[in-house]
Design a protein around this ligand. Structure first.
Ligand code: ZN
Length: 315
C-alpha cells in the first residue's frame, strides 16, 4: 500500500500534484495499465502509449461496441487499470454499469471531450433495446473518428491523459503523439484527395448503419439515411418499405451503396441488386478489421474506406 509517491517525484512540479489516487501507478514500476473500450480507440491509444503502457481493449476487431455485452473478465480488466479510455458521446452505453460493478478507481477519459460533435442521426442506435422505449443514445453522433482531423483531437486527449497519469514517461508520450499526429495529418490530406476525385453528383453515401456523418462533413459527402431501416439493429423492413428504398436509391442515381464490417449484409445485398446498383466492398465503421486485414489499423481503415468509397462512386 505504499502509494502516493509517484507524482511528487517529477521535476517539473505542477503536474499531478492533486492526483492523489495514484495507487495503480505504483504496481511495481511496470508499464501503466490502460483500457480502451473499442478497437479503433485502442489503436490510437497504442500509438501514443507505445511500450510504456499495457493496453487491454474490451471490444475487439470486427465487433460492435453498440451491442457489446461485457463478460466477467472485463470487470477484472477495469479493476486493474489506471486509465480507462472511452469514446464518450454515449457510444459505450454499457460502460457506466461495468465500471461501477468492477470497483475500478481508474481515471475515465472520454477522448471526444474536446471535439465539436455533430447531432446524432435520427434512426440510430439502441433500437434493438425496445422500439418504443426511451431513446438510449445521446443527441450527439459518437462516430467522430471518421473525420481524421477530429481523430487528431482524440489523440491529443489520449496524450494529455497519459502524461498526467504517468508523468515519468511524459516525454515518450509527447514524442509518440507528435509523430502519430503528423502521420494523421498526411492521412487527412490523402482522404481529402480521394474524396475530391469523386464526381460531385455522386458524393452521396447510402449506408446500412449511419456512421458517416463526420466523414461526410469533413470530406464533402451527403449521407442518405434511408437505409438505416435495413440495419441489423432494426427489424427487417416490410416489402413496401424495401420498394420505397429501392426507388430512393434509383432516384439518387448513385452507382453504389455501402455496408459495414459490424453488420450483416444479406439484406443490403438484396436491396442493391433490386435497385441495380453495386454493393461496394464492406467499409470499416465502428471497429477495426483483423490485424492482417486492410482495416487492421486506424490509418489503414481510413485509407481503405476512402479508396473504396471513391472507387465505388466513380464507377
Ligand atoms: Zn455505430
Amino acid at each position: 500500500m505504499a502509494a502516493l509517491f509517484v507524482s511528487s517525484l517529477t521535476a517539473c512540479g505542477g503536474q499531478g500534484g492533486d492526483q492523489g489516487d495514484g495507487e495503480q501507478e505504483d504496481s511495481g514500476g511496470g508499464p501503466v495499465k490502460v483500457v480502451a473500450t473499442y478497437s479503433i480507440l485502442g489503436d490510437l491509444v497504442e500509438n501514443v502509449g507505445g511500450e510504456e503502457i499495457e493496453l487491454t481493449t474490451l471490444v475487439g476487431a470486427d465487433s460492435d461496441a453498440h451491442t457489446f455485452e461485457p463478460a466477467p473478465a472485463d470487470n477484472a480488466k477495469l479493476a486493474e487499470a489506471a486509465v480507462v479510455f472511452e469514446n464518450g458521446l454515449e457510444f459505450e452505453t454499457w460502460l457506466d454499469e461495468l465500471y461501477e460493478s468492477s470497483g475500478s478507481e481508474a481515471e475515465r477519459v472520454a477522448v471526444t471531450r474536446d471535439i465539436d460533435p455533430l447531432a446524432a442521426p435520427e434512426e440510430e442506435h439502441g433500437e434493438e433495446e425496445g422500439h418504443e422505449g426511451e431513446e438510449e443514445h445521446g443527441e450527439a453522433d459518437p462516430h467522430a473518428w471518421h473525420d481524421v482531423s477530429r481523430a487528431m483531437v482524440m489523440v491529443e486527449a489520449v496524450r494529455d491523459a497519459l502524461v498526467e497519469a504517468d508523468p515519468d514517461n511524459a516525454e515518450a508520450y509527447r514524442a509518440n503523439a507528435k509523430e502519430y499526429l503528423s502521420e494523421l495529418e498526411e492521412l487527412d490530406a490523402e482522404v481529402t484527395e480521394r474524396a475530391e476525385s469523386v464526381p460531385e453528383e455522386n458524393r452521396v453515401l447510402f449506408t446500412s448503419h449511419d456512421t458517416f456523418g463526420y466523414f461526410a462533413e469533413r470530406y464533402g459527402f451527403e449521407v442518405d439515411t434511408a437505409l438505416a431501416s435495413v440495419s441489423t439493429e432494426a427489424s427487417d423492413p416490410s416489402a413496401g418499405e424495401t420498394a420505397a428504398l429501392i426507388r430512393e436509391i434509383e432516384a439518387a442515381g448513385v452507382p453504389a451503396i455501402f455496408t459495414e464490417n459490424v453488420s450483416n449484409s444479406d439484406l443490403m445485398s438484396r436491396v442493391a441488386s433490386e435497385a441495380s446498383v453495386d454493393l461496394a466492398p464492406t467499409l470499416y465503421t465502428d471497429a477495426l478489421g483483423k490485424p492482417d486485414s486492410e482495416g487492421g489499423t486506424y490509418v489503414k481503415m481510413m485509407r481503405y474506406n476512402a479508396s473504396t468509397v471513391a472507387d465505388a462512386l466513380s464507377g
